[in-house]
Design a protein. Structure first.
Length: 118
């Protein structure tokens, strides 16, 4: 059974940076694609970024393209989201997700809060 634990959230000023981490336990994360999503207050959860099993493919939401970078270290069973040039509209709870033995994300972390002040 795979479990995901996010960390690295916090409060940052606009223009600042944060790096989120998602540590996976259980089945090695090199066997499944992973992604990041976020949910702002009063809004639906939205896709942020995704990375394939061996990092050969990444994709991003248009709203974060050029500012966020997703990466993974399979040896550490960890996925990262480097967030630069943060904006107040990036404020949300960020969730890590994995597609374990499935084509869609079916394992989710508990989320980590990111707050960007103007």
């Amino acid at each position: 059974q795979v479990q995901l634990v996010e960390s690295g959230g916090g409060l940052v000023q606009a223009g600042g940076s944060l790096r989120l981490s998602c540590a996976a336990s259980g089945r090695t994360c090199s066997s499944y694609a992973m992604g990041w999503f976020r949910q702002a207050p009063g809004k639906d959860r939205e896709f942020v970024a995704a990375i394939s099993r061996r990092s050969s493919n990444t994709r991003y939401a248009d709203s974060v393209k050029g500012r966020f970078t997703i990466s993974r270290d399979n040896a550490k069973n960890t996925v990262y989201l480097q967030m630069n040039s943060l904006k107040p509209e990036d404020t949300a709870v960020y969730y890590c997700a994995a597609a374990v033995g499935a084509s869609e994300y079916n394992v989710w972390g508990q989320g980590t809060q990111v707050t960007v002040s103007s």
